[in-house]
Write a protein that binds this ligand. Structure first.
Ligand SMILES: O=C(CO)COP(=O)(O)O
Length: 251
């Protein structure tokens, strides 16, 4: 049986406290009024500053709450960093690790991502482990090989369907309005699923999200692809009606 989808919003470096609270409340109201309820789990990943203040509302509405990054160490002299345990302490359920913006702008290696994912698991958070190819890698015709290698090098020990989610985000599709074809998404998710076999607990049950320019207009098509078990949504997660419309495509 396919896993229950997860629709997660990555707010990136957006939203004030007032805006974020309004957005979560709007989603909570939409969920309360919906009949039937969308057949998916919903999570939001606001910036660090909003995690604690939004924690209670997310819990009330049954939304997951995720950080966008964490440090690999549990504590120490790491000015500006936040430990996975600190996220768990204020009510987070998830943390994104290895987002391409962290990999490129902060030069995070697969080894760094693996250590962060391991820290997330140790803190009993669900790690949302991101992988994806660049445009030139896609053009090389080796996208699947490259993404699978990235995944295997970033995979922490002890990952299972219960504590980890993979997010496939082609770098060239992020914030560009461009998406891979259904055939490209299907081939990549199939390759990721195959690569998980023997490497994680319950590989068939591990959710593999698609991310990169997911919008209300293309969500249904992308989410209906085999082995696509949800979405990691950037820009469209900042507008409650759009994010809700994406969640609502899960019937
Ligand atoms: O990076 C993303 C989610 O993590 C995708 O961003 P967009 O949905 O804005 O393309």
């Amino acid at each position: 049986m396919a896993p229950r989808p997860l629709i997660a919003g990555n707010w990136k470096m957006h939203m004030t406290l007032v805006e974020g609270a309004k957005l979560v409340d709007a989603l909570g109201m939409a969920l309360a009024e919906a009949t039937p309820k969308p057949a998916c789990d919903i999570a939001v990943c606001p910036p660090f500053t909003l995690l604690a203040p939004l924690s209670e509302a997310c819990q009330k509405y049954g939304f997951g709450l995720g950080g966008q990054d964490c440090h690999a160490e549990a504590k120490g002299a790491f000015t500006g960093d936040v430990a996975a345990g600190m996220l768990a302490d204020i009510g987070c359920t998830h943390v994104i690790v290895g987002h391409s913006e962290r990999r490129s702008l902060h030069e995070e290696s697969n080894a760094d991502v693996k250590a962060k994912a391991a820290a997330a698991l140790a803190a009993r958070l669900t790690a949302i482990l991101c992988v994806g190819e660049t445009e030139s890698e896609r053009d090389s015709g080796k996208a699947e090989e490259i993404v699978v290698a990235q995944l295997l090098a970033s995979l922490p020990d002890g990952a299972t369907a219960a504590n980890m989610v993979v997010a496939y985000e082609p770098v060239w599709a992020i914030g560009t309005g461009r998406t891979p074809t259904v055939a490209q998404v299907a081939a990549m998710h199939k390759a990721i699923r195959a690569a998980l076999d023997g490497k994680v607990g319950d590989p068939a049950g591990m959710r593999i999200l698609y991310g990169g320019s997911v919008k209300p207009g293309n969500a249904k098509e992308l989410l209906s692809v085999e082995n696509v078990d949800g979405a990691l949504v950037g820009g469209a997660s900042l507008v409650s009606a759009d994010f809700w419309a994406i969640c609502s495509t899960c019937a």
